[in-house]
Write a protein that binds this ligand. Sequence first.
Ligand code: NOJ
Length: 742
Amino acid sequence: MKKFLLITSAIITLLSTVVFGRPGEEEYLANNNEHTFIQILSWDEAYEKARPLVEQMSLEQKVNITTGLGWEGGRCVGNTGSTINPDFPELCLQDSPLGIRFADGVSSGVAGVNAAASFDKEAIRRRGEYMGAEFRAKGIHVQLGPGVNMLRAPEGGRLWEGFGEDPYLAGIAAAETIRGIQSQGVMATVKHIIGNEQEINREKYSSEIDERTINEIYLWPFARAVEADVASVMCAYNQVNGQYACENDYVLNQLLKTKLGFRGFVQSDWAATHSTDLSVLNGLDMTMPGDITFHSGDSYFGANLTKAVKEGRIDEDRVTDMAMRIVASWYKVRQDEGFPETNIDSFRPENDKHINVQGNHHIDIRQLGAASTVLLKNDDNILPLSISRKRKLAVIGSDAGPAKNVLNCPDHGCNDGTLAQGWGSGTAAYPYLITPYEGIKSKVGDRMTVTKYLDHTNLKKAAKTASDADIAIVFANSNSGEEFIVVDNHRGDRNDLNLWNNGDELIKAVADANENTIVVIHSVGPVNMPWVRHPNIKAILWPGLPGQESGNSLADVLFGDVNPSAKLPYTIAKNPKHYPATISLGNTTEHVIPYEEGLYIGYRWFDKNDIEPLYPFGHGLSYTKFQYSHGRVQVVQGRANNITVYANITISNVGHYDGAEVVQLYLTYPAIAEEPPRILRGFEKVFIPRGCEETVSFKLSKEELSYYAVIDHDWVVPRGDFVLHVGSSSRDIKFSKRFTLD
Ligand code: NOJ
């Protein structure tokens, strides 16, 4: 097999590292060099290789590779049929977007929403690479991730698997993740197309989304995934505008395959196929896990599909196309060149070879955990903490400590210790979980006194522990997941945005008792924060869902080994009523979810309605200070739609620490476009040593300058006055400049 060691990528990675004083850089370089990068084929090359193979296949053989073996019918959560003469292997499809589900010896790193919070393209790519390396080593052909459903209603149970509330951010995160995964010769799956933004009733409801909103918001990340050459797309359980997503001609044929030009294969979500003819004709290429319902023993594809062709209801060319899409995707990531045998077994652990594939990935996970921890507030510069024998630190809350069940709770469907990922199929078993208490203890050793109350039930004890210390760190969380597991009465989606396990009372009790209180929130998304203005709460840290290295990542930030640089990938409202949408309960016979807010998802809604958020999208503090200056905008207007806008801005680190800033570019469109007031259209994370400055450059082309004009059913660059804004959050704009396109 031809392999390319991208040593340069490792070097660039090293140079762009956003932490300071971080140990183990040499170790990381060694780790990264362990990965072997694969130069994937172009689609044309892949199809050229696939054609002669598929041409030799009989109708039954072609059907066989489009049909899963049935739930628990193979080693993986999904397994395709294989063929002999010509030979095509059984493909293994396995969850999840953050690591390998149902296996041991694997890493269980930061969730998608954390990857987004890092706003670090390079780090997101590296996350994809280490995941791809692990899937490959286990012989898994298809990773069932990334997820890109949008954080529309903040209670949505699985939105932590995705990348937040902004499609531009989600698009970049998806593309980088896919490039990373596929660089290891593993097919990535972007999911779930489309409108699967809540769990309750997901197999019934119809998401009603207008054409412009589909294109500008919900399809956008899929479009970027297709540009990144994603091998597979998973269609959703729900209906879209009255028709099931997995048999929706508009979504699969017209948008995905025709408009976006997707040449890989569409696989169904598990038992989301509802027909033979309609599904096949309307764009579905593979049914998963194969049976109509789990263990039913029959399939909409398989013999039913062969019959449909023989009876002339489906043209054999379409089945050839389905097979070509699958075989070409396999060639594209070069799985014909010595791909490892599948060595996991999701359902029969005695067949699993138990290969440890973790490598040094814990280093990346720890770094990304810290790089995705958002510092929301830091009064009196209480952080970073210095390690001092003279000061006593109290660590309080069950969320800072171990759980009874955390290492063997199936699919993480429990919430009794520190929270580091949600629950459901979007998870991977922890090899270990460093709790915040352990992380802090191992950082300070015996150089500082650390006391603890790792519980949430006895507020008096919590207050006493806090008042006996100089600094109190209090922890709380909010969890959610997939609907097949109910945790503390939450059927996947959160019932509300309150902290779990007495969180608000605990925080208040601690803050009342200690004037140097630091709050740490592990959460799947926004929460209500009724205590936020408590004068004793000096700092709020938001590690979200940091994965197995949780405590170490947190300690790195608390004690200043890492300067925080993450930004919120969603808005946190002052009042839950301020969000544009909430979970829809529907009824048992009919369930329609109108996406009434249209384009105004997340911060766009707050901007349009002039609602002040508690913490805006893109907000996150640093231990240092950045100044923005010398903003410049240049328009280069060629013929037709050939317009490029360049923007430069200088960022100076005028504070006392080295650090990284996420420079964000928002665009206000001419009135004729009828866009929300400001839309994210660029971001760069730059590391700047203290006392130094960097010039950050942006280039906006047709993709960033267009809006979706329904009248043309296409993207159009509007003429008129734009305003380009550069800032440190969606509400902290440092530089604005008007430019005109005529
Ligand atoms: C259903 C989930 O919606 C999907 O994301 C997952 O990949 C499959 N189950 C397989 O577990």
